[in-house]
Ligand binder design. Structure first.
Ligand SMILES: NC(=O)c1ccc[n+]([C@@H]2O[C@H](COP(=O)([O-])OP(=O)(O)OC[C@H]3O[C@@H](n4cnc5c(N)ncnc54)[C@H](O)[C@@H]3O)[C@@H](O)[C@H]2O)c1
Length: 246
């Protein structure tokens, strides 16, 4: 029985259409899913995966793939503002324990994180390190059952490296952000585009001729600055480490 808490399960059909569209643009996961369906790889059979990721159509393609490999997946959102309610409903209908809705309060957010931990994950997938830090904070009884995990983003990796330095990190974690295909692609191009998309949706303003300040010239900042300049803004960068980040 799938356990879940989403805004409205009736939205599932709409969410499934979005997930199908995303999957049509994600050939690598699509190929992995086909492979999993054919060979049912032993390492994933019955493995419980706890994920705290953006609940979007792209994450749904990932949970779909993991399930095809035989894993059991529980998911909560890593940011209450990025959750797509129709996608959350479709994920629940696909048999994933999902706890996420757009606009959760802080208490509700951690309720969802704890629901994922209740499923006794053996692998954690994190985006910002909230799942790992909750396990290492108020839910230490779960640590023994976790074999390892992944962390997606720069901020999460910074938090985990600090825990590692203090000897506090109790299981191994792959820093996805260190992969070339992450920071050279997602951070530089993906965040640049989605940040501008967010600004335009919120303000519906013309960027051409505006003064556009980018704080930090790291991988995200570079992509964003380039895109804003391409739209005609007058881009100003502030950077604390101007030599290293040049
Ligand atoms: N939402 C998303 O899709 C997404 C994706 C990737 C990264 N991120 C987040 O975006 C942020 C940036 O990630 P990144 O990969 O570009 O990191 P990065 O480490 O490559 O770059 C950060 C830059 O900011 C500079 N900086 C730090 N403090 C500063 C200050 N006070 N003033 C000016 N500059 C300062 C640093 O010197 C560095 O050059 C992180 O919080 C990361 O987690 C979000």
């Amino acid at each position: 029985m799938t356990d879940f808490k989403v805004k409205n399960i009736e939205l599932a059909e709409k969410g499934t259409l979005q997930i199908d569209y995303a999957e049509s643009r994600m050939p690598v996961l699509r190929e992995i899913r086909r492979n999993f369906e054919k060979h049912r790889p032993l390492p994933l059979q019955g493995i419980r995966i706890g994920a705290c990721l953006h609940v979007t159509k792209e994450t749904a393609v990932l949970t779909r793939t993991l399930k095809a490999g035989g894993a059991e997946v529980a998911l909560c959102g890593s940011n209450p503002l990025s959750t797509q309610d129709e996608v959350a409903a479709a994920i629940a209908r696909s048999g994933v324990n999902v706890y996420a809705w757009r606009g959760e309060t802080t208490d509700e957010y951690y309720w969802c994180v704890n629901k994922v931990i209740d499923t006794k994950p053996m692998i954690t997938l994190d985006d910002g390190a909230d799942l790992v830090s909750t396990i290492h904070g108020s839910r230490t009884e779960a640590i023994g059952g976790v074999k390892g995990g992944t962390e997606e983003t720069t901020t999460g990796v910074i938090r985990l490296r600090a825990m590692e330095r203090d000897g506090a990190l109790r299981y191994p974690i792959i820093a996805v952000n260190d992969a070339y295909s992450k920071y050279l692609f997602d951070n530089r191009y993906g965040t640049g585009q989605s940040t501008i998309d967010g600004i335009l949706r919120a303000t519906n303003t013309l960027l051409a001729g505006k003064r556009f300040v980018v704080c930090g010239y790291g991988w995200c900042g570079r992509g964003l600055a380039l895109r804003a300049r391409g739209m005609g803004a007058n881009v100003i960068v502030t950077e604390g480490q101007p030599v290293e980040s040049a």
